[in-house]
Design a protein around this ligand. Structure first.
Ligand code: ADP
Length: 164
């Protein structure tokens, strides 16, 4: 049984992430999406909200599960008995960071390998942070995220701008 963990912040999940999950689900028996509980990024959604948004987005994929985690990604992967970590690679944004992280992870867990799937052309320039910026400025995000995510983001952005 081949098990892969796809870790990330998913604040929130985008169609770019979903594209990676759908492709990974065809390659592995089980794919576990690991949602980081802590992140050094400025987060808009709580862990529970991020997990719920991801769960709803992948509800149609029978071999995909979603779990929050904290601590080292390699420890989470070990606990889940995964052989592979999945990451998505966009053309300019990700390579150096992923390479550095992969080498560190290899030191920590030599048995765990990394599979990077190239982002599809239409999502090369899509990131959660850019998406949040566009939502804040009331731009149209409907082609970039599932409908329930667009709705959650709109509500969140309205709430945040009321607090300011
Ligand atoms: P992290 O904080 O670990 O980078 P993200 O939620 O930003 O978490 O991303 C999770 C993974 O998905 C990373 O491997 C990232 O490179 C990848 N990813 C992000 N956006 C896209 C996209 N538009 N297309 C493909 N992969 C993506």
């Amino acid at each position: 049984m081949t098990v892969a963990v796809y870790p990330g912040t998913f604040d929130p999940i985008t169609n770019g992430h979903l594209d990676i999950v759908q492709r990974a689900a065809k390659l592995f028996d089980r794919v576990i999406i690991g949602v980081y509980k802590q992140s050094n990024k400025h987060l808009v959604f709580t862990t529970e909200e991020r997990v719920a948004l991801v769960r709803q987005a992948v509800g149609n994929l029978a071999n995909v599960e979603v779990k929050p985690f904290s601590g080292l990604t390699v420890d989470f992967a070990r606990k889940e008995k995964a052989q592979v970590l999945i990451r998505g690679l966009r053309m300019n944004a990700d390579f150096e960071k992923e390479f550095e992280m992969a080498l560190m992870n290899r030191k920590l867990a030599p048995d765990l390998d990394l599979l990077c799937l190239m982002a599809s052309q239409e999502y090369q320039f899509l990131s959660s942070s850019l998406l949040k910026e566009v939502a804040r400025l009331k731009g149209n995000i409907s082609s970039l995220v599932p409908k329930h995510v667009a709705e959650a983001l709109k509500k969140k952005v309205i709430r945040v701008s009321e607090e300011i």
